[in-house]
Design a protein around this ligand. Sequence first.
Ligand code: IPE
Ligand code: IPE
Ligand code: MG
Length: 239
Amino acid sequence: MAVETGKQLRHLAVIMDGNGRWAKKHGVARLEGHRAGAEAGKRIIELAGEFGIEYLTLYAFSTENWKRSAEEVNGLMRLLKEFIDYNLQVLQENNIRLRAIGRIAALPDESREALQRGIEQTKNNDGGNLILAINYGGRAEIVDAARKIAVAALNGKINPDELDETTFRDYLYAPDIPDPDLMIRTSGELRLSNFLIWELSYAEFYVTDTLWPDFDREDMAKAVDGFYHRERRYGGRLK
Ligand code: IPE
Ligand code: IPE
Ligand code: MG
């Protein structure tokens, strides 16, 4: 079998971790860390454009993050609304389309409405894609897909015997988006934390000790350069 060594970095997915540690290090409240994290979010949107990345997925809030204090969760939800409102102009200027993956219906009204506004207003932009993973869990995504598939099977629209990986993928949150080529996690943790568990099957991983609010062009250049020095084998052999 010919091995596809495709080296193009089309889709970058990021676990933006370390806002709390950054706040602690600077002796400020956790929410200040999240605020600084939102600034870094704006920065990476611009960097993605510079590096020719077509799809940028940012893990903003996981299905497990509801376990945090009400104060932190509310603060994060407010910040999310602000982040979208504040960056809408940046998205428009850079012709970037906003999308979201996750259980969006369960978000507080204000955050959900800001998100839907942003998605609606940028839907015709074709210069790049920003995908926010909000109330997102990889297992939840697979369960949601399985539910839709079960309904389709009950309605006679799919035959269980014919279900394969390609068909299954069609029921995920954003089947038209190619799988990430590279996943960056900041703050040094060596785990997925329920992020894109289906889609990251063959992604390259890059973990840096840099705390998310400090992530800058130099970190990005290192991650991207590292990616281009990897050999992607997809289980086959190099020619
Ligand atoms: C990541 O930073 C932001 C979210 C999970 C929303 P954390 O808040 O997890 O920061 P640490 O891991 O406590 O440093
Ligand atoms: C992952 O970070 C979620 C986001 C960055 C949104 P967490 O801080 O929630 O992950 P754990 O708890 O360290 O696994
Ligand atoms: Mg964390």
